[in-house]
Write a protein of this length. Structure first.
Length: 160
């Protein structure tokens, strides 16, 4: 259990000229539009899906304090309202977003346990843009795509 991690997966590229099987995998990950982000765990089923869509997304291990910040600023419930502590008290067993995010990072709970919370986070484009080589090259050579480890936190923070 200690070796499990939460991953943030962010869609970087659009839907033009995307193969149908890749489009379907992106849909199953709830990544329907550019700058949409989902938080998943690192089980092998997700690893296979991420490997399939690696040319359209970037991903990495997310920090616990960033999960709390994303939930507070970009968490949406059905009806377009933002996620608040009052909503948490009313629709889940948690009293605050902070307590939920702590348990979520420890794998004691899941996002679907909050009634009405949407599993996808709609983010702004990153301040000062993506990396120098743009969205068509992997992160390892200066682009925006692929695995970026802990550096995903800097990108997500610039998108909040």
């Amino acid at each position: 259990m200690a070796d499990k991690k939460r991953l943030a997966v962010l869609r970087v590229r659009g839907k033009v000229h995307v193969r149908s099987d890749i489009e379907e995998t992106l849909r199953l990950l709830n990544l329907n539009r550019v700058n949409h982000c989902v938080i998943i765990d690192d089980r092998k089923e997700y690893a296979g899906m991420i490997n399939k869509v690696k040319d359209y997304v970037t991903w990495g291990e997310i920090a616990p304090e960033l999960i709390e910040k994303i939930l507070e600023t970009r968490g949406q419930v059905t009806g377009g309202e933002g996620l608040t502590d009052a909503y948490m008290k009313k629709n889940s067993k948690y009293k605050s977003v902070k307590k939920f995010s702590d348990d979520y990072m420890k794998f004691k709970t899941e996002i679907k346990e909050i009634t009405g919370l949407k599993p996808v986070f709609r983010l702004n484009p990153p301040k000062k843009g993506y990396e120098r080589k743009g969205i068509k090259h992997p992160y390892s050579i200066g682009g925006a795509l692929g695995y970026r480890g802990g550096k995903i936190n800097e990108l997500l923070d610039s998108m909040l």
